[in-house]
Write a protein that binds this ligand. Sequence first.
Ligand code: FAD
Length: 394
Amino acid sequence: MRIAISGAGPGGLYTAALVKRLQPRSEIDVWEVNAPDETFGFGVVFSEGALGGIEAADPALFAALDAECAHWSRIDVHHRGRTSRNGGYRFSAIGRRALLAMLRERCADLGVTVRHGTRAPEADVLARTYDLVVAADGVNSATREARRAQFGTETTRRGSRYLWLGTERPFTALTFAVAETEHGTLHAHAYPYAPGLSTFIAEVDDRVWEAAGFTEGDITVPDASGRSDTDRLADLFADVLDGHALRTNRSRWDRFVSVRNRQWSHGRIALLGDSAHTTHFSVGSGTRLAMEDALALALALDDHGSVPEALAAYQAQRLPEVEAMQRTARTSQEWFEELESYADLEPEAFNAHLITRSGRLTRDDLASWPPERVERVRERFARADRSARGSAVR
Ligand SMILES: Cc1cc2nc3c(=O)[nH]c(=O)nc-3n(C[C@H](O)[C@H](O)[C@H](O)COP(=O)(O)OP(=O)(O)OC[C@H]3O[C@@H](n4cnc5c(N)ncnc54)[C@H](O)[C@@H]3O)c2cc1C
């Protein structure tokens, strides 16, 4: 089978690696518009057991990932100068750059060609010579946008503005921090992902954003008062940042883009990861969902004799699972958008309200795969590896 993949993010690279493991004779070409080390964002967090599928499919990759990840067990809520600590969780996080480097290495070992710095040819052109074209080209997928009617695409860019930043402040928990200003509240989500490095995402609604003097322009450029947007945020969150500065990486103010598609494929073209769906970053699941899509697609291609059957099975499995996660993420997003109305609560009540998002979110909502399913995936890939080793010996 010949597969073309547009986009070497976590979804595209993991698809390439998994298909190659299950079908070593397949030919897979990946295009990535950016250079290898050129990527957006900082670290991404994985909630408890979120990597169960990856552990089962690729224990070696999982072990390498796990060794690189920061791990912690608390959610801290910082509100009105007090920090409430909630224990008993298991989180891990890794820098996006490190995750992509590992996936690229895995692809190289398996013989997948990744062309960096090259925009993928148009999907219709690829579909003439490839059996399958995977659009893993992210939230703004050009492949999807050119076929909105066929995919039944719905996208909305709404809600608060956010800024994805980093800091050298070594957070030791998934930390939610509220900053109260004369104009209203802002909040931040922060967590460690490497020694001495943490992700810091600030969110603020339009009214407060304008009143506080933030700008559409370059967030690192000082205004007439000599302060840039990042300086201003560092001042507002000075207590929780403990005086550390904020770093940028292609960071700009944006709004969360919600993506849904009624159809995840059209002819030989399939959507995967953020091109197919997004979930609000307050539940930290987009990377994991993209990688689970990859797993489902690789298994479906191996299970079914034809690409159309495989794509139907892929959608039948993933669409309901992703929709359930999108409902949870939406609940969480709305809670954060209404945060100002809870800000007067005493710190302990506020903490309880946030952790359960006012009783609408439980730990099960973010739960991972059932153990039987993990076991089935483990057995399947172990069998493929045994058979590949057998062929190599013969
Ligand atoms: C603020 C923020 C915080 C987040 N935090 C988390 C988190 O903590 N945990 C988590 O799991 N997820 C998080 N996410 C979500 C996560 O970043 C995405 O869900 C994930 O990157 C999706 O992977 P992907 O491979 O589908 O797309 P992407 O990672 O976006 O990769 C798509 C790739 O395609 C390339 N591309 C685009 N067009 C073309 C083209 N025409 N030709 C060739 N290449 C192309 C792009 O350059 C890019 O490398 C966060 C997102 C945001 C915005």
